[in-house]
Design a protein around this ligand. Structure first.
Ligand code: C2E
Ligand code: MG
Ligand code: MG
Ligand code: MG
Length: 286
């Protein structure tokens, strides 16, 4: 039997659509003052060398607490900030804060060497002709060696303006900053771009890691991505490790680095500093 069309469902649909549009509007509005009102902070998620269990660095992840909206997740506000252009202000804050904090740890002898900080760079930032110069100026200003920094860019970010992105990334790589492709495998782009870009790391998206245990096909896919990355001279980071057997499998497949809740969740600066001082034993009995 067909449901009765008395309009209730449509009114509910309208109400929830209106609600989500209102929330979007509020996020966009509040976001404009997020930097000046000191509402942003960074979390740090450790990356682990699978073969040695050693700390290999961290990814910085943006957090936003707004008094009216509460904690808003980056999955909700980053896309809106990309649309409105506000991402340029946020991205600049993230770069400066990452470099400032990392330089402080570097001076204290806590990071550096094999411990590198990775920062997410949005599509809109990559289309700017002076992005690389800005980053290199920040490194100089804070006295941080370029090899301590990695930028993570997505395939879709590269596709927005490939020529400009290539120019910016080449300038960064020439200066010693590493370049990683984030969420690798989720884009629909051809892989041809890889040979034209100074990429040193591929981050396999966590959807593939999740699926690995259940389907042999997915494990084959991960195996293929790792082999291909190595052919291009890239190292591989696996995202979203939630269980030790995933880490074991990835090590067997030749994956170098791993990041995920099973090793460590994103954490505040003070806690990451503690981990740098006394790294836990991350061996998982491979
Ligand atoms: P991403 O760059 O791929 O970052 C990894 C995301 O996966 C983070 O979510 C992290 O908390 C989450 N994650 C890490 N390990 C696990 C795990 O084992 N299981 C699961 N389920 N999740 C895991 P987060 O912090 O919510 O960030 C989401 C996305 O927002 C990021 O994806 C990135 O695209 C964007 N983002 C975050 N911070 C920034 C930023 O500073 N700038 C830009 N442009 N984008 C950012
Ligand atoms: Mg990332
Ligand atoms: Mg990612
Ligand atoms: Mg991802």
């Amino acid at each position: 039997a067909l449901p009765r069309h008395d309009g209730t469902a449509i009114r509910q649909f309208d109400a929830s659509l209106e609600q989500s549009l209102r929330r979007r509007g509020e996020i966009e509005h509040e976001l404009r003052n997020a930097v000046s009102n000191h509402e942003l902070s960074l979390m740090f998620q450790p990356k682990i060398n699978l073969a040695t269990g050693a700390l290999a660095g961290a990814e910085t992840l943006l957090r936003w607490y707004n008094p009216r909206l509460g904690q808003v997740s980056p999955g909700d506000f980053i896309p809106l900030a990309e649309g409105s252009g506000e991402i340029l202000t946020l991205g600049r804050w993230v770069l400066e804060e990452t470099i400032r904090q990392t330089a402080q740890w570097y001076r204290a002898g806590l990071t550096g060497g094999h411990c590198r900080m990775a920062v997410n760079v949005a599509a809109r930032q990559l289309t700017r002709p002076d992005l690389a110069e800005e980053i290199l100026a920040l490194l100089t200003e804070h006295g941080l060696p370029s090899h301590c920094l990695e930028v993570e860019v997505t395939e879709s970010g590269l596709m927005e303006d490939m020529e400009q992105a290539r120019r910016q990334l080449k300038q960064l790589a020439d200066a010693g900053v590493s370049v990683a492709i984030d969420d690798f495998g989720t884009g629909y782009s051809s892989l041809a771009y890889l040979k034209d870009l100074p990429v040193s790391t591929l981050k396999i998206d966590r959807t593939f890691i999740n699926a690995m245990g259940e389907h042999q096909q997915d494990q084959n896919l991960v195996r293929t991505v790792i082999a291909m990355a190595h052919n291009f001279g890239c190292a591989v980071v696996a995202e979203g490790i939630e269980a030790p057997d995933q880490a074991r499998t990835l090590l067997e497949l030749g994956c170098e680095l791993a990041q995920g809740f099973w090793f460590a969740r994103p954490m505040q600066a003070a806690q990451f500093e503690q981990i740098c001082r006394q790294p836990p034993d991350w061996h998982f009995g491979a």
